[in-house]
Design a protein around this ligand. Structure first.
Ligand code: GDP
Ligand code: MG
Length: 727
């Protein structure tokens, strides 16, 4: 009776010590021949261990599994066709980075892998230290240390290999290379196509096949043709379309992109597991990284970039902002001339134009902000930022990887919360989702620009920067708190990918910027328009007729008074009188409007809630604006615009002067900004939280927590400031 057989394949770079280990395992029981059809030596041997016949096969030495050379094809075909029970990857520890390329490709292939970290003696003597435990965690692969020529670690290696071969668990799917968003999208769609059309007929893991199709792998295409029959035409056409899309986006062949990203993944692993390495390969990306991820310089540079981003957003954005503001003013004046007086005209001017206009002027700022974020992503700096933040994030009990969703949160919380899907552990995901809303999204920017711009003058950029910083600090503190109270335990290990730096393509930057800004425009036309109209309606009804009658009388009285003054005055002082007349009329109209608002439904709601907002220095109009911000944060500004009815006022910065006139001080403006920064996320974000956590419980928790923190912090700012005599 023969024992059951297990097949073990040995893979590895040339000169990694494969044959040495093969000999150490099989001793003299070897069979040497050629691989079928090619003159590449094949060595096979059978040994009896652990109650099994172990058939050990020495694969040709290769640096990758990309089917270019005969060796690569032979090695890959063996793994694909013979499905060995386990593959041992022999890694030259003194050349870890070079060896890992094959290792990551083996990981991508759906086979069971054990790493032999061979040449450990060489590594030691060169002062290279490798954290094998970490390596094992990061790639989810058992790692055994060996010294082949001294036959050290060989028994352990075999034992691990047999154990893995016998374990019922399929090869782990996580901890493989994740490609960039566009490539992942292409992979997803091909994978989806493959599983729906070929399903059970697929010979290999669909994700792997999809990647190979994207890399235009001729062998895999042939094999698919054999099983897909007629459907192959459509499949190949789909693959071609996806490839063309990627070529267009990156201006490079997809196989080059995937290779680059694998190297990025490897750079990340090396950063985590390799401590000293005397001979560092000098290259472009690494030179930049010497500075940008430097232990001392990295952080200041990072903060400088972020600060510069907000400066740029604020100062450069101010110019087009002025033009757009004028555009809306012209529009209001035009409508004023065209329509007869009445509530329809009021609705259009004070509701729609004022509401959409006060938000629309911020489009340039938002475009600039998104442009900067796209620049960080496309150059590869975003990954470095995550790397830098890794230490700080560990304070929270999270990884630097969680910082990427948080950083995206500066743009919009909705995609940011969706981006937490890349995190592997569920608790990491929920924790990241809970702290992301403190990252101030671009919709809040208009509020800061109005308040900081109006009350802090030249220091507005710095004030806004500090607001953002407050958000970051609070999210870190929150993370720490939740990690100790709600989610005890360690964070999951992961690989920080450091892709090579790239010179970004303008087209790709534009597409990324536009993709995100589109949402802003859609919101202007949709939710902000509707919100403004509703707020206007609530602010103007029920109509206080006696107020409007009084306004008509008062207008007539003023007109008469100025008319007689004009008649009596000499010609040179007439312009001055005209100006006074204009101002008196504008003041009257503003007074009536705010009195009307005070008596309206909105005013009543606001006044009922006034006690809640008073301790944080916000009046009832501000309170209403904050409430309306739940629909979308931009509406905070447009509500202020409607409540203070500012488009009637011909001078620029009308909203700011109206706010000042209503008694707002720099301190209360600051308190309001802090509240806006922290309080409940907008409707769309709340929906995203529910969807991604899969629970209404977390959603309500997030709403309550953020709002309580917001009120408390605003309270501290306002009351603290008053104690210090600042307002
Ligand atoms: P292959 O190309 O993978 O077949 O590599 P070989 O097995 O022929 O090994 C290449 C050389 O490395 C040989 O001279 C081995 O003696 C040597 N070697 C193998 N393993 C080790 C090791 O762990 N440490 C050291 N110092 N040398 C090793
Ligand atoms: Mg050999």
């Amino acid at each position: 009776m023969t024992d059951p057989t297990l097949t073990i394949a040995l893979a590895g770079n040339p000169n990694s010590g494969k044959t040495t280990i093969f000999n150490a395992i099989t001793g003299t029981r070897q069979k040497v021949g050629n691989w079928p059809g090619v003159t590449v030596e094949k060595k096979e041997g059978v040994v009896h261990r652990h109650g099994y016949d172990l058939k050990v096969v020495d694969l040709p030495g290769t640096y990758s599994l990309t089917p270019f050379s005969i060796e690569e094809i032979v090695a890959r075909n063996f793994i694909l066709d013979e499905s060995p029970d386990v593959v041992i990857d022999i890694i030259d520890a003194s050349n870890l980075e070079r060896s890992l390329y094959l290792a990551t490709q083996l990981r991508e292939l759906d086979c069971k892998v054990v790493f032999a970290l061979n040449m450990m003696d060489m590594a030691d003597s060169r002062g290279i230290k490798i954290d094998a435990r970490k390596l094992s965690e990061l790639l989810d692969v058992p790692v055994v240390l060996t010294v082949g020529n001294k036959e050290k670690g060989i028994d352990d290696l075999l034992a691990k290999a047999v154990e893995l071969a016998l374990s019922g668990t399929p090869p782990p799917q996580k901890r493989k290379v994740r490609y960039n968003q566009e490539v992942e999208k292409a992979i997803d769609s091909l994978q989806h196509y493959l599983t729906t059309h070929l399903g059970a007929a697929l010979p290999y893991h669909p994700r792997w096949i999809a990647i190979k199709l994207i890399e235009d792998d001729a062998i895999i295409k042939e094999r698919l043709a054999a099983i897909a029959g007629e459907g192959i035409g459509v499949l190949l056409a789909t693959a071609k379309k996806q490839r063309a899309f990627l070529v267009d986006r990156f201006n490079d062949d997809p196989e080059i992109i995937t290779t680059d990203e694998r190297y990025g993944f490897i750079t990340g692993i090396i950063k985590e597991v390799l401590t000293t390495s005397p001979r560092q390969r000098v290259d472009f990306s690494r030179n930049i990284d010497l500075v940008l991820t430097n232990r001392f310089l990295g952080m200041p540079i990072f903060f400088f970039f972020i600060w510069a981003m907000f400066q740029l957003t604020f100062t450069v954005g101010a110019y087009p902002q002025d033009w757009i503001e004028h555009l809306f003013e012209l529009l209001a004046v035009g409508v004023d001339h065209l329509l007869p007086a009445g509530w329809v005209k009021d609705l259009i001017i004070d509701g729609i134009i004022s509401g959409v206009g006060t938000v629309g002027v911020f489009l340039p700022n938002i475009l600039i902000l998104f442009f900067c974020i796209a620049l960080f992503e496309d150059t590869g700096y975003m990954a470095r930022a995550a790397f830098l933040m890794d230490k700080i994030m560990h304070l929270v009990g999270l990884h630097g990887k969680s910082f990427i969703p948080m950083l995206m949160g500066f743009g919009c919380n909705v995609p940011a919360i969706m981006a937490t899907r890349t995190l592997e552990s569920k608790t990491d995901r929920i924790l990241t989702i809970l702290i992301t809303p403190f990252m101030s999204c671009s919709a809040k920017l208009p509020v800061y620009i109005v308040l900081a711009g109006g009350f802090f003058g030249v220091r507005a950029g710095t004030v806004i920067f500090c607001i953002y910083l407050t958000g970051i600090v609070l999210s870190i503190l929150t993370g720490r708190l939740f990690r100790t109270v709600l989610f005890r335990g360690a964070d999951a290990p992961f690989v920080m990918e450091l892709p090579p730096y790239r010179v970004p393509m303008l087209k790709s930057l534009m597409i990324h910027m536009w993709d995100r800004s589109k949402m802003f425009l859609k919101r202007m036309g949709g939710v902000i328009l509707v919100g403004s109209v509703i707020i206007w309606g609530l602010a103007n009804f029920p109509r206080a007729t006696e107020l409007h009658d009084a306004q008509v009388q008062e207008t007539a009285r003023l007109e008469a008074q100025f008319q007689s003054e004009l008649k009596a005055a000499p010609a040179h002082s007439q312009p001055e009188i005209e100006a006074r007349r204009e101002q008196a009329l504008a003041e009257l109209s503003q007074r009536v409007k705010s009195q009307q608002a005070a008596q309206s439904l909105l005013g009543r709601i606001g006044q009922a809630l006034a006690p809640v907002f008073k301790p944080i220095g916000v009046d009832w109009r501000g309170g209403i604006a904050l409430l309306s911000g739940f629909v979308a944060k931009e509406i905070v500004v447009s509500t202020l615009g409607v409540l203070y009815a500012v488009t009637d006022d011909p001078q620029a910065n009308a909203l700011e002067s109206a706010l000042r006139a209503a008694g707002m001080t720099p301190l209360s403006a600051l308190s309001m900004m802090v509240f806006v920064l922290l309080y409940l996320p907008c409707l769309a974000t709340v929906a995203a939280i529910r969807r991604e956590t899969g629970s209404s419980g977390w959603m309500f928790f997030s709403i309550t927590y953020t709002t309580s923190v917001a009120w408390l912090m605003a309270f501290l700012v306002y009351q603290g400031g008053r104690l210090l005599g600042l307002g």
